[in-house]
Design a binder for this molecule. Sequence first.
Ligand code: F42
Length: 142
Amino acid sequence: MSEYIANPIDWVANQVELYESSNGAEGTTLFDLPCIIVTNNGNKTGAVRKTPLMRVVDGDNYVLVASWGGAPKHPVWYYNLKSDPSVEIRDIDKVQPMSVHEVTDPVEKARLWKIAVAAYPPYEEYQEKTSRAIPVFVAVPV
Ligand code: F42
């Protein structure tokens, strides 16, 4: 098993630690809205990386929005997932292996974007704040 390297931002790493150590009893929300934890491999180090994201669901699938608060650049995890689509997703105490792909079809992306904004309205402001098109992934059970 590869080494785990925590996210360098303290509040993000702390949320991962609390969520996992409590088996989903604590640390599961941001602004009172539910979060998931995505575990994946780093594309350069091969290390295990863990990223909390908002919980956006579409049937059995999860929708992952690479918004990073409307930052000018994609988050690093975007490149990790493009390079290795095998992830594990924790939703409270349910942990399942999943495979991700970026959604490029504009109609499907628009459908999923609506679902994402309904789940977490600030995504809309984040998209207005940045000139990049915020990427959207779908995670499907394997
Ligand atoms: N971010 C989102 O984009 N969308 C969300 O819905 C979201 C929700 C959310 C909820 C709770 C919470 O606590 C955080 C939330 N975030 C959300 C923030 C999210 O968890 C990430 O912190 C954020 O998206 C930034 O991701 P990042 O991968 O860019 O992390 C930054 C801080 C970073 O620099 N990370 C590592 C580092 O040390 O540089 C990246 C390390 C890494 O993956 N390295 C790769 C490797 O091989 O190991 C190589 C990287 C390379 O150089 O290519």
